[in-house]
Design a protein around this ligand. Structure first.
Ligand code: PNS
Length: 160
């Protein structure tokens, strides 16, 4: 019996309903899923690493086969350390494809045994991104329905 472990890496600053839609879909396909939050962001994140992890842990509680972890350094090294065989990435639109293809090819060069699997979120989330959520929240706009309620509260607390 295969026990397929997938890693869903990202910044998750903050987790959105689009990420959660993908996690829900992936949790049905893979035996286990690790949502891996990148420790070293080039740009200063809105939420600390601890906050991002806390929000993800709370939001992914419904799925018993989903774990939230932190990684630093190369993704392929982390995947090898965790014995994962799949890197999961979401593709919302063609505009995502170029960057994602480049990353997938580079990760294949660095770790030939790892496969990148792309999944598509529900159409309702095809225009959603953490960056836009941060911007809307900073400018006082509504983020209801874009992020889980707990994230909405934290966004409000950050900006007021
Ligand atoms: O949510 P993001 O910001 O699009 O996620 C990007 C992420 C974290 C997947 C990517 O930056 C990454 O894997 N960083 C780790 C360093 C690494 O392995 N770089 C080489 C990628 S080809």
């Amino acid at each position: 019996m295969k026990n397929i472990l997938a890693i869903y890496p990202g910044s998750f600053d903050p987790v959105t309903n689009g990420h959660l839609d993908l996690i829900e879909r992936a949790a049905k396909i893979f035996d286990r899923l690790i949502v891996a939050v990148l420790r070293n962001l080039d740009k200063a994140p809105m939420f600390t690493l601890e906050e991002r992890v806390e929000m993800l842990r709370e939001a992914t509680r419904p799925w018993a086969n989903v774990e939230v972890d932190v990684f630093a350094g190369l993704l392929v090294d982390y995947a090898q350390k965790r014995n994962a065989s799949i890197i999961l990435r979401g593709i919302r639109a063609i505009s995502d494809y170029e960057y994602e293809l480049q990353m997938a090819m580079m990760n294949r060069k660095l770790g030939p045994n790892l496969e990148t699997v792309f999944m598509i979120p529900a159409e309702a989330y095809s225009y959603l991104s953490s960056r836009l959520v941060r911007e809307i929240a900073r400018l006082g706009g509504p983020v209801e329905g874009l992020v889980p309620p707990a994230v909405e509260q934290r966004l409000r607390a950050k900006v007021f």
